[in-house]
Design a protein around this ligand. Structure first.
Ligand code: ADP
Length: 243
């Protein structure tokens, strides 16, 4: 099975000396292409650090991260910026849309920044798939929260990235809207073969994934395939997440 992302012995230490915090401790994991992975763990367990290191947003203190065939270790800031623009997509809790731009302009922004051409057929497919076909000329303020997150997902997909990383992508949405957005992410994996890695604290959200990775104190302590919300919640309770 081909891996979209591979971490080998990745450690991340913030600060120095007495104030040093080990956020990740020798994490090794491979994320298969075309899979949907959820990353869970108690607050402070290293979820954000894991996502940032895997996505090239942050540089590990030691160890290696590979995206597709590329070893990110030793890439300069310019090369990393280019890689983030062309080869990964991001969906955040706060939708991070540009309020002055239309839906279409927001979606194609990463292409503009990368100096890449818009593939009209692919743009149309992405817009249809996220259910925004009638709203391409709207501005973010004219859309609901769920629709805004659909714009952000379309923006993440438009460059045909190797991996889409989500940091609590449904954290700002009500339960019903969150369900729609998770169903969309699931479709993007199942129908388009997109690889998605999502940090969440919500067992209901994690249940949409193929695999759940559990972090505790900077280490991957467990992995669950075919997760259900109940099994995930039970595992989190044993990690002391809600005590
Ligand atoms: P999570 O996303 O699971 O809440 P984080 O990855 O944000 O965990 O943080 C893991 C640990 O690293 C925590 O102890 C946190 O306080 C620490 N940490 C995260 N970012 C920084 C930073 N920029 N400087 C210092 N410590 C940090």
């Amino acid at each position: 099975m081909t891996e979209a992302v591979r971490l080998d012995q990745v450690s991340k230490v913030y600060g120095r000396g007495q104030s040093a915090v080990a956020a990740l401790r020798e994490v090794s994991v491979g994320i298969p292409k075309g899979s949907f992975t959820a990353v869970m763990g108690p607050s402070g367990s290293g979820k954000s650090t894991f996502l940032h290191c895997a996505a090239g947003l942050d540089v590990p203190s030691s160890g290696a991260v590979r995206l597709g065939g590329t070893d990110l270790t030793g890439l300069g800031e310019n090369a990393l910026t280019d890689l983030r623009r062309r080869r990964v997509g991001f969906v955040f809790q706060a939708f991070n849309l540009v309020s002055a731009l239309t839906v279409t302009e927001n979606i194609t922004l990463p292409l503009m920044l990368a100096g890449a051409k818009v593939d009209r057929a692919w743009l149309d497919e992405v817009v249809h798939r996220v259910g925004l076909a009638g709203r391409t000329g709207h501005r973010p303020a004219q859309l609901s929260g769920g629709q805004q997150q659909r714009v952000a997902i379309a923006r993440a997909l438009v460059t045909r990235p190797e991996v889409v990383f989500g940091d609590e992508p449904t954290g700002a949405l009500d339960t019903m809207t969150a369900r729609d957005v998770l169903t969309l992410l699931r479709e993007v994996v199942s129908a388009l073969g997109q690889t998605v890695v999502m940090v969440t604290h919500d067992p209901l959200a994690a249940a949409y994934a193929d695999t759940v990775l559990f972090l505790a104190d900077g280490r991957i302590v467990d992995a669950m395939t075919s997760p259900t919300a109940e099994k995930v919640a039970e595992r989190m309770t044993r990690l002391g997440a809600w005590t």
